[in-house]
Design a protein around this ligand. Structure first.
Ligand SMILES: O=C(O)CCC(=O)C(=O)O
Ligand SMILES: [Fe+2]
Length: 414
């Protein structure tokens, strides 16, 4: 269990997760007024901004890291270079009415990384956290809709939210209609909500919204949920069918774009679609999407370096377990099998599949010799040593420590 554990259930409390998923998810906004100002303080607080800016450095790889937004200025949206930005500049930007946006906090702040990892495994999709700090009487972004669902966690201060209609239901990132909307285009808000510290707001993708402060400043986290859609799965399955069946790789009729015989093409397309239905297996696409998902997961550090020196000492009596809260998936490719887990994947010959499945499904610690497996002892040792090295397994206690097992507390913290 993570130290500052936040799950979806806890984000929604006292509202029911079941009702949220059934009635609100991808349907309509949900506001939870909690009036518990410290509800999110273990996750993030105003004083943590300075640590993030001063003591973490980002590289260009992550793109725009600090953004200033001020919808009243001529230049409403500016990005700054994270490595060159210092706090004194940010104090001035803030005092001038700019909203400071820190993107991708899941890469920089452990409690937020843990929350995003928990949500990623719950939703099976990428989850990103951005921070918005807005001074009094200010508005950062102009009205817009997002192409991902958002959970707004009001960490400190207060913010007014205006939520309008949804010009397109459940837009995806490649949608053409994304823009800043003018006030006269969007009409009256459907909801006007005043978020206080500790409150929660869910906005499904596609709903136009804006947020502004009045007499108090505001610090909120936007947790963006980027779900895979049915079209993503269908595209992956189609790719897999295309690889397997030459009929999907054949060229379209010569000159098809100018062909007058559209009816003929419709008929051929219908035949291909029927063939696709026969050949399509959800599992082929799911495996591909799972691979993408696991590549996006940030592996969370729990002191794994301290384990690496002991790998050569692992024996059949050593007790191991999966690293804390790690989820994994077994994927088969022809003659090989892989175990996917956050930030990594390990491949091997087909005959290790049942051993990998035991490890993937294990909830508790186990000794190496207790793994039910068709592998001989040497192969078992080779496999588990490599899984410790690759970051999936952790050593609970070594054979010689057996008389002196580690305290339960210590195990839980691993
Ligand atoms: O605070 C703002 O200016 C806008 C925030 C926003 O649109 C979001 O968090 O999705
Ligand atoms: Fe937004």
């Amino acid at each position: 269990m993570f130290t500052n554990y936040f799950s979806l259930e806890q984000l929604l409390q006292p509202f029911s997760q079941q009702i949220f998923l059934k009635e609100y998810w991808e349907e309509k906004p949900l506001f939870i007024a909690r009036r518990l100002p410290n509800y999110y303080s273990a996750l993030f607080s105003l004083k943590d901004i300075e640590s993030v800016v001063c003591f973490t450095s980002a590289n260009d790889f992550y793109g725009e890291d600090i953004i200033l937004a001020n919808c009243k200025s001529d230049q409403p949206y500016q990005s700054t270079n994270f490595n060159e930005t210092n706090l004194n500049q940010l104090y001035i930007f803030y005092s001038q009415g700019n909203t400071i946006i820190l993107n991708a906090l899941q890469r920089r702040w452990k409690p937020i990384a843990e929350l995003c990892t928990t949500l990623q495994s719950f939703f099976s999709c990428k989850v990103q956290a951005n921070m918005y700090l807005t001074p009094k009487n200010a508005q950062g972004l102009k009205p817009h809709f997002d192409t991902h669902d958002v959970f707004i966690l009001q960490v400190e201060g207060c913010k007014h939210w205006h939520i309008y209609g949804s010009p397109i239901s459940l837009p995806l990132p490649n949608i053409q209609m994304q823009k800043e909307w003018q006030e006269d285009e969007i009409g009256q808000p459907l909801h006007k909500i005043y978020l206080h510290a500790g409150d929660f707001l869910y906005i499904p993708r596609g709903y136009i919204h804006k947020a502004l402060t009045s007499e108090s400043s505001s610090l909120h986290l936007t947790i963006g949920i980027h779900p895979f859609s049915w079209s993503n799965l269908i595209a992956q399955v189609l790719e897999s069918v295309t690889q397997k069946d030459v009929r999907f790789r054949k060229s379209l009729p010569i000159g098809f774009a100018y062909n007058k015989n559209e009816l003929f093409l419709e008929k051929q397309l219908a035949e291909m679609l029927q063939l696709f239905v026969k050949k399509a297996y959800a599992s082929d696409g799911i495996e591909k999407l799972a691979e993408t998902l696991f590549q996006q997961y940030p592996p969370i550090s729990h002191g794994h370096f301290t384990q690496l020196d002991s790998i050569s000492e692992i024996t059949l009596d050593t007790v191991l377990r999966k690293r804390q809260d790690i989820v994994c998936k077994i994927v088969n490719h022809f003659d090989r099998v892989s175990i996917l887990f956050p930030g990594n994947q390990v491949h091997g010959p087909k005959y290790i599949e049942s051993t990998l499945r035991f490890i993937a499904n294990s909830q508790e610690s186990f000794s190496v010799k207790s793994i039910p497996s068709n592998l001989n002892d040497d192969s078992k040792l080779l496999l588990v040593r490599s899984l410790v090295e690759e970051g999936l397994l952790t050593i609970v206690f070594k054979a010689e420590d057996k008389s002196k097992p580690v305290l339960k507390q210590e195990i839980d913290n691993r």
